[in-house]
Design a protein around this ligand. Structure first.
Ligand SMILES: Nc1ncnc2c1ncn2[C@@H]1O[C@H](COP(=O)(O)OP(=O)(O)OP(=O)(O)O)[C@@H](O)[C@H]1O
Ligand SMILES: [Mg+2]
Length: 375
């Protein structure tokens, strides 16, 4: 038996199970003096209950536009967003703001606390707006939330009298006022030093442990790495998470290009994929695994390698001598792969020789042990 981690599937853009948030074929077009500009293109994405997901991408890639589609701050040009069974863009503005107040906690980079209200009053405000708790309970609840973010002593201060980190902690307490199941945060640590950012991140992590679902836009790769998974956006398009996980060091531009080139294939357990020197493509494993088998002159087979989700197999390794190799889907379960054909591979090699050399080096390292096995 192989370790179960070998069979862990990397989640692909299309959704499975019962998502809490489902974005389907979202386009967002802005009319600009220079012409129509698509900030989001065909975004299909799911977020699940209890997940902590980071949204990552370069400045201008569409991260804020994407989360604004979930908060209802902005509307898609086409496509639907379902949140816990509600088609949120079918509501009018007043229905939307009540719905948002009850279901979402929204946290921004610049805190956006009301400057004339104390921290306590800022936290009470959403409860008043949505009439979620009895009036006499609201202050007590707000104090508890401020205690949770260690701001009980500052409750009566105005925002300007406390630090940036404390203002953000108060903004998180405010976001939690109506006990929403979902928190959407757009660069909540973007304006904080790294130690304060860490404190804010830990508050989020604790909320996830308590069952909240969080989507957090961030520029900080070290914070993104601490979330359950990252959703990468480039030029308003989603990078396939399988592509991103397989090539963590490639540029977002390249990852998006690979996402567009890749063809998803479902392969049956035990199916032979390609044969030694006939290798034609690169296969990125999304789920299941591929076994590289070596046949001895006597006709006996040994397994050289098992290639699992997050890894890939290319012509580079398949064309190394000696041949007589076969690649098969592991017999335990079907495999889902993203395949790149020869044309795409040739294009990649010509356009980015340095990247290609990197792939060749990696292939040489991976296959260093193979010759030993077959000698
Ligand atoms: N109201 C608007 N009108 C025209 N273009 C817009 C509008 N809002 C956003 N855009 C454009 O859409 C693209 C995506 O913007 P968005 O703010 O979503 O990027 P972002 O990834 O959040 O960037 P940053 O990391 O700088 O916050 C950008 O090119 C931006 O200029
Ligand atoms: Mg933004």
């Amino acid at each position: 038996m192989q370790a179960t981690s070998n069979f862990e599937a990397l989640r692909t853009p299309e959704c499975t199970g019962e998502p809490l948030i489902k974005m389907e074929q979202i386009d967002k077009m802005f009319r600009t003096p220079a012409g129509d500009f698509y900030a989001l293109n065909h975004i299909t994405a799911c977020f699940y209950r209890g997940e902590f997901v980071s949204v990552v991408g370069k400045s201008g890639s569409g991260k804020s536009t994407l989360v604004n589609m979930i908060t209802g701050i902005d509307h898609p040009t086409s496509g639907t967003v379902m949140v816990a069974g509600t088609n949120i863009h079918s509501m009018n503005e007043s229905e939307m703001s009540i719905w948002r107040g009850r279901n979402l906690g929204v946290v921004f980079q610049f805190f956006q606390l009301l400057p004339m209200l104390t921290l306590l009053e800022n936290v009470i405000l959403p409860m008043d707006f949505c009439a979620m708790y009895a009036p006499e309970e609201r202050e007590k609840r707000a104090m508890e939330l401020l205690e949770m973010v260690e701001l009980d002593k500052e409750a009566d201060q105005l925002p300007a009298a406390v630090s940036g980190g404390q203002q953000q902690a108060a903004a998180i307490a405010r976001a939690l006022a109506n006990d929403p199941p979902i928190i959407i945060a757009d660069e909540p640590t973007g304006n904080l030093d790294s130690r304060t950012a860490d404190t804010v991140f830990k508050i989020f992590a604790r909320l996830v442990e308590q069952g909240k679902s969080i989507i957090m836009v961030t520029h900080d790769p070290s914070l993104a790495a601490r979330t359950d998974r990252s959703m990468l956006i480039s030029d308003g398009c989603m990078i396939d998470p399988v592509v991103a996980a397989t090539f963590p060091n490639l540029s977002h531009r390249r990852l998006l290009w690979l996402t567009r080139q890749a063809q998803e294939k479902e392969l049956a357990p035990g199916q032979a994929l390609l044969n030694g020197d006939q290798a034609q493509a690169m296969y990125l494993i999304a789920s299941g695994s591929l076994d590289v088998m070596q046949t001895t002159p006597a006709g006996q087979e040994t397994r050289l390698e098992r290639v699992s989700p997050g890894q890939y197999l290319s012509t580079l390794e398949m064309s190394l001598p000696p041949n007589h190799r076969v690649v098969r889907v592991s017999s335990e379960q079907p495999a889902r792969v993203l395949a790149l054909d020869t044309q795409a591979m040739d294009h990649w090699r010509e356009e980015a020789p340095a990247e290609w050399q990197g792939l060749e080096r990696a292939a040489a390292e991976r296959t260093a042990g193979w010759t030993k096995v077959s000698e």
